[in-house]
Design a protein around this ligand. Structure first.
Ligand SMILES: C[S@@+](CC[C@H](N)C(=O)[O-])C[C@H]1O[C@@H](n2cnc3c(N)ncnc32)[C@H](O)[C@@H]1O
Ligand SMILES: *[C@@H]1O[C@H](CO)[C@@H](O)[C@H](O)[C@H]1NC(C)=O
Ligand SMILES: *[C@@H]1O[C@H](CO)[C@@H](O)[C@H](O)[C@H]1NC(C)=O
Length: 247
């Protein structure tokens, strides 16, 4: 995949483009922007309880040049706790990368639960699979290697609307609105749609005229603020996480 395209999927571009003032508004992920933030490191040092296979997968992922895409571990743990709180069983991830959060989801749901994980890059799925196996949850994780929009449409066509408990949206940012609308169909009442990177390193506050990703994320944030179909929280964890609770 072209380097320019990849940049659309992660906050690397944002980090490269903005100055210290915006960055200091919130630390970001503990493995990238927040690496040198003592308070965030304190939080991680005193609350992260990483499954040993998740810790190994994180180490493997940090060897990849696109590791800025890796979900913040502290955010993954929070989402795992949310899944347990709502007794999530059927879950979905849009944008799996090397599988850190897909594995985290599989470890947070019951034995007969299921994770549908959408990804387009075979190479990332190849990194993920041995870790799913090692953790003994490979049968829970159904990886669909094709554009996520197609997978979501297929799930809706298969009659799975209203059956998902928890959905994590974390793929190509310019398609977020389409992912959100389909997720809203797939999730049950009281289920949660978690949307990653909604602050885009702070660039959404004042998107540049040529920065389509920040403009699209800002438009989606403003749309959700008025969306009567959901209850809503926007958290400053990681690169910004919106939680939409379906009414
Ligand atoms: C930010 S990363 C996901 C991080 C992951 N959730 C984790 O736990 O570390 C985004 C991923 O979405 C994938 N992606 C990009 N466009 C996609 C598409 N149209 N359909 C499915 N996956 C896509 C990228 O290849 C990349 O691996
Ligand atoms: C966090 O833990 C690391 C590794 O043990 C240590 O080097 C660092 O000083 C700790 N930072 C804080 C703020 O607790
Ligand atoms: C959990 O999901 C599995 C697979 O989709 C399903 O067979 C099972 O009945 C579900 N269990 C509960 C408690 O909803």
């Amino acid at each position: 995949m072209a380097q320019g395209m990849k940049l659309l999927f992660c906050s690397g571009l944002a980090v490269a483009l903005i100055g210290v003032n915006v960055m200091s508004a919130f630390p970001g992920k503990s493995h990238s922007g927040g690496k040198d933030d003592p308070v965030l490191q304190y939080v991680v040092n005193n609350s992260l309880r990483e499954h040993p296979v998740l810790a190994k997968l994180k180490q493997r992922t940090l060897e990849d040049r696109w590791n800025i895409m890796l979900v913040a571990t502290e955010q993954a743990q929070f989402m795992g706790n949310l899944m347990k709180l709502i007794k999530a069983n059927k879950t979905l991830e849009v944008g799996m990368y090397t599988g850190y959060n897909a594995l985290n989801m599989a470890l947070s749901i019951p034995e007969n639960g299921r994770v549908v994980a959408c990804e387009i890059e075979n190479a990332y799925v190849d990194i993920a699979r041995p870790f799913f196996k090692e953790a003994g949850v490979e049968s829970k994780i159904d990886v669909r290697i094709q554009p996520a929009m197609q997978t979501l449409d297929e799930l809706i066509a298969a009659g799975e609307a209203g059956t998902y408990d928890f959905i994590f949206i974390d793929a190509d940012k310019n398609n977020y609105d389409g992912y959100y609308e389909r997720s809203l169909q797939l999730v049950r009442k009281g289920g949660i749609i978690a949307i990653d990177n909604v602050l885009w390193s702070g660039l959404v506050v004042n998107p540049a005229a040529d920065d389509l990703v920040s403009q699209n994320l800002d438009a989606l944030n403003k749309k959700l603020h008025k969306d009567e179909r959901i209850d809503l929280s926007m958290l400053t964890i990681g690169d910004g996480l919106t939680l939409a609770f379906k009414r």
